[in-house]
Design a protein around this ligand. Structure first.
Ligand SMILES: [Zn+2]
Length: 503
């Protein structure tokens, strides 16, 4: 597996991701997506939206604002409590996110520890500045929200924040959404959009940025309502790492959702369902399940609103890290907004014939940038025979579906036919037309950016009306009649037909 720095270099070299404002020296924790990266990113978001919103009749979407009334963040608890613990070096004044510093130095889990506990760990273990070995000051609290002003005259009332999570917009729009949709409990509201956190130490490339995108669902139920979908994932297997296994130094265990529920490792059928659904989304898009596991939060890690939380984690070169959190938020947020706004947040439950403030039983919340890294890591392969990187992205995610390549670039007749062919298929697929360099170089270039199929036009085309399709992963080639090409490509790209089964 390549290191995160090597992955960054590759992404930059191929035009997936650039450091933001690099001509001015950049800005830590901010990245821009390049020509290929924006395609991959859009494909990830569209695939998620299709699976979790459009293909379901119990989930609807919204797209809320980044800036919202400051009272939203007072009610949600973010103004008071959305913070990390910071320590500063007394000598060189380098600032560290305290829990990460402690984790790095002691190799223990320190996420969520409060300032006094951090101070004790630093004193007991004589932890020093990793830059200059200077002593560290007392730990202090640091709010992660970016603040701004709305309107021309700064006053206390004009203070606003860039949203640190997309979730709150779903709660503030909750009544508006339920009034206009014919949703019955249980149901979900989904959103994809940007969020901002003034991280003390952004790091690991796209893994921890200050500006990032989230794909989130708030899933609402009547308190204690059973999950009607759990049967559909009963036999689905996930590598499970419970709080108990972590505390007793046991290894994670591969188990079906049915087993996990029967053994009360996963206590809530909704969590089992959403963990499996989110895990399956990655696996269906080509991620090796051995690189995914479900880890339960230990008591001291739980966020202020959460009663139980499971993370889907990926085995990155810098360790197993969270890619998706599935938290139980109970009715905390809706009750907070009801209290602060003095508006009724209940819905009428047709089954019990009563008004009820629904509980959020699961909040699948996934970072787009983290998903991007997962798909890149799982696809990135060095092929010894080809002496080249082959990016084995699922065709549904690949930035380019089909490359159209005339075999030779100096034969006008061939070029004319190739251009016609390209024009006839580009309406259906994301295609590139590439005539520069040897055919071997062009194959290599496309392998490296993950193009699943290359269509090559040679002189036989003029005689037989057929072309060659080359498969990225095997380099196998097959002849296809020009009249069948569009249909064959569609079947290959959607996975209806495998390349090896093509006649
Ligand atoms: Zn220092």
């Amino acid at each position: 597996m390549v290191s995160i720095d090597e992955m960054f270099t590759f992404c930059k070299r191929k035009g997936f991701v650039f450091p933001n404002s690099e001509i001015y020296g950049g800005l830590a924790g901010f990245f821009d997506y390049g020509p290929l990266g924006v395609e991959l990113n859009n494909n990830i978001k569209q695939s998620w939206w299709k699976s979790f919103v459009q293909d379901r009749d119990d989930v609807v979407g919204i797209d809320g604002c980044i800036i919202t009334n400051q009272k939203v963040w007072e009610a949600s608890g973010h103004v008071e409590g959305f913070e990390d613990v910071l320590v500063e070096c007394k000598k060189c004044h380098e600032r560290f996110r305290a829990d990460l510093l402690v984790e790095d130095v002691l190799g223990i889990q320190a996420d969520g520890l409060k300032a006094p506990a951090i101070d004790k760990l630093i004193a007991d273990n004589d932890i020093r500045c990793t830059k200059c070995k200077g002593g560290l000051d007392k730990a202090s609290r640091f709010n992660l929200m970016f603040q701004t002003q709305v309107g021309p005259k700064p006053t206390n009332e004009s203070v606003a924040y860039l949203r640190p999570e997309t979730a709150q917009l779903i709660f503030t729009d909750f009544k508006a959404v339920t009034d206009v949709s014919r949703l019955k409990l249980p149901f979900g509201v989904a959103q994809v959009g940007k969020a901002f956190r003034n991280e003390i130490s952004p790091r690991n490339f796209l893994f921890r940025c200050r500006e990032f995108e989230q794909m989130e669902i708030e899933y609402f139920i009547r308190p204690k309502q059973a999950c009607p979908f759990v049967k559909s994932v009963e036999m689905y297997k996930v590598l499970v790492y419970s709080a108990d296994m972590q505390e007793n130094k046991k290894e994670p265990e591969q188990m079906s959702m049915k087993d996990a529920l029967a053994r009360k490792i996963i206590k809530n059928d909704w969590h089992a369902y959403w963990l499996a659904a989110c895990h399956k989304w990655f696996v269906d898009l080509g991620v090796n399940p051995e690189n995914l596991r479900a880890r339960q939060h230990k008591k001291d890690e739980l966020a202020h609103y959460s009663t139980d939380c499971w993370d889907l984690e990926y085995n990155f070169p810098f360790g197993w890290k969270e890619i998706e959190g599935i938290a139980d938020r109970s009715d905390f947020d809706l009750q907070q907004h009801a209290k602060h706004s003095k508006k009724d947040m209940s819905v009428f439950d047709e089954e019990t014939k009563q008004k009820v403030v629904p509980h959020v039983v699961a909040e699948p919340s996934l970072g787009v940038g983290r998903s991007f890294l997962v798909f890149m890591y799982d696809a990135y392969t060095y092929d010894k025979d080809r002496e080249n990187i082959v990016l084995k992205l699922n065709p549904r995610l690949a930035p380019v579906n089909v490359a159209v390549l005339p075999l030779l670039s100096n034969k006008p007749e061939l070029l004319k036919k190739s251009q016609e062919l390209y024009d006839s298929i580009k309406c259906c697929f994301k295609c590139v037309y590439d005539k520069s360099g040897s055919i071997g170089k062009r194959y290599a270039r496309n392998d490296e950016i993950g193009t699943p199929y290359c269509v090559t036009i040679d002189f036989d085309f003029l005689e037989n009306d057929d072309v060659t399709i080359r498969d990225r992963d095997t380099t196998d080639q097959k002849r296809v009649k020009i009249d069948d090409l569009r249909n064959v490509l569609f079947q290959l790209l959607t996975g209806i037909v495998k390349f090896k089964d093509l006649k």
